[in-house]
Design a protein around this ligand. Structure first.
Ligand SMILES: Nc1ncnc2c1ncn2[C@@H]1O[C@H](COP(=O)(O)OP(=O)(O)OP(=O)(O)O)[C@@H](O)[C@H]1O
Ligand SMILES: [Mg+2]
Length: 432
């Protein structure tokens, strides 16, 4: 025992999260401030833990409590659990779905940030659009695209943005529909085949599959919602506390939800790239839905890099690490990207983990033996926070208003149910 010795806590100001269990000191936290103080190398945070262990609750409270600090929150809501947060924060959720009147363009352009040259900016813009298109189409087709299919998408996107002719200021913004139209107009891009001595007819036949898939996307559930021209699309109001994109209306299948989430996020990210916007945090709750798809997780990796340059903080929440690498073997690209994403998270919070997930948690979080063992016993709302090289066990405390805000239906009797047998007070040995 070390009486009279308390942990100095984090060297930053920010909203109160709760108490550090061992030292009983107040635990305040802010991703932006930590990044500014160089306590973390990237303003990203990962939150994991069993179902119902209070991950979303932390996200909601972080968003809510950061408002007085001038930080805006942005999130997609596909379960309808962020409504109360929106209500308390005074923002109206944007309902997205067929016939709901909101039209977004996932291919919208991002703004150039001060550290970028024009050339770099054009390159990022193009790469970002191609990653998104390829990702959506690979999911639609259930597998990777062939080379001619990739080339056709490139040709069509370049033709629509007129990259080779117009100056940056006059470049057009592509939409899914006009990219589709451009794939069917070889006059716009056939000159690029000349160098390859690739006969046009053969190329068109070789790449037909991707045109059909794009057509299906545009005429299917994504059409009409994620296919808008710039002028008609919704736009964010930075005077508001944040935005909640409600995606409940698009839940026909997990793959469709993942595609819709990605499109909505892509649009959101473009909006968030505004240079004079206040500090922003983007929440990716239920991140595993996206991470299951290699092309989408690839896109997220690029986006997180960009976000850092734009000063946008990101919070990713998912159940267990195996969700991020569900379909990959140990050294597959999927697992490597997942690992890289977690490594890019300067802050890693783990709530209670099932025994079967402990080894992976240790590997991804870099926990010690004692910490790994502790993860099995954490009670609801108590998490192990790894920030840089330091660790804290934090009890996330809720106000009465927040208790209602974070309540999720499936856990009606949270107090009696899953962790009732856990030892008192918050963790084993915490009494000392
Ligand atoms: N800090 C807390 N302390 C105690 N209980 C909490 C706390 N935060 C949330 N809860 C309770 O835990 C329940 C589950 O929380 P939450 O929905 O945030 O979990 P989750 O980990 O996001 O679950 P899922 O994996 O299903 O998304 C809530 O209904 C709430 O009543
Ligand atoms: Mg949740």
């Amino acid at each position: 025992m070390f009486p009279f010795v308390t942990d100095p806590g984090l060297p930053v100001d920010g909203p109160l999260i709760g108490t550090e269990v061992y030292s009983r000191s107040a635990f305040t936290f802010s991703l932006h401030e930590l990044y500014r103080a160089k306590a973390v190398t990237a303003p990203n945070m990962a939150v994991t833990g069993e179902i119902g262990s209070a991950k979303s609750s932390l996200l909601k409270c972080l968003a809510f409590r950061s408002i007085p600090f001038g930080v805006r929150f942005y999130t997609c809501d596909y379960k309808g659990e962020y409504e109360l947060l929106a209500d308390l924060a005074g923002v109206k959720p944007v309902r997205i779905g067929p016939g709901l009147g909101v039209v977004m363009n996932p291919l919208a352009g991002i703004r150039r940030h001060p550290g970028q040259t024009e050339q770099q900016w054009l390159h990022t813009q193009r790469a970002r659009r191609l990653l998104l298109l390829e990702g959506l189409l690979e999911i639609q087709l259930g597998g990777p695209l062939t080379e001619p299919e990739r080339s056709l998408l490139e040709y069509a996107v370049d033709a629509v943005t007129q990259e080779h002719e117009a100056s940056a200021g006059r470049m057009a913004t592509p939409t899914l529909s006009n990219v589709l139209a451009a794939t069917g107009r070889p006059g716009l891009w056939s000159h690029r085949l000349d160098r390859l001595a690739y006969p046009l007819e053969t190329f068109v036949a070789d790449s037909r599959r991707v045109r059909l898939a794009l057509e299906r996307l545009v005429s299917g559930a994504l059409g009409g919602v994620f296919d808008g021209p710039e002028s008609s699309s919704a736009s964010l109001d930075f005077t508001e506390a944040g935005a909640v994109l409600d995606l409940r209306a698009i839940r026909s299948s997990d793959a469709m939800t993942a595609m819709a989430m990605t499109c909505a996020q892509s649009w959101l990210e473009a909006e968030l790239s505004s240079p004079d916007a206040p500090p922003r945090v983007c929440f990716y709750d239920e991140f595993a839905l996206i991470a299951r798809h290699l092309p989408l997780i690839r896109r997220t990796r690029e986006q997180l890099k960009l976000a850092r340059a734009l000063g946008v903080a990101n919070v990713l929440a998912f159940h267990r690490f195996s969700d991020l690498a569900a379909s990959g073997s140990a050294d597959s690209e999927q697992v490597r990207i997942a690992r890289g994403l977690i490594e890019d998270c300067g802050v890693r919070v783990s709530y209670r983990q099932a025994t079967g997930s402990l080894e992976q948690a240790r590997e991804f979080l870099g926990t010690s033996d004692v910490e790994t063992d502790l993860l099995r016993y954490l009670r609801q709302g108590v998490g192990l926070w790894k920030i840089g090289v330091r660790s804290y066990v934090v009890k996330h405390q809720l106000s009465r208003t927040e208790t209602a805000m974070v309540h999720t239906d499936s856990r009606m009797t949270a107090d009696e149910a899953p962790y009732a047998e856990a030892r008192s007070p918050e963790t084993p040995g915490a009494a000392s």
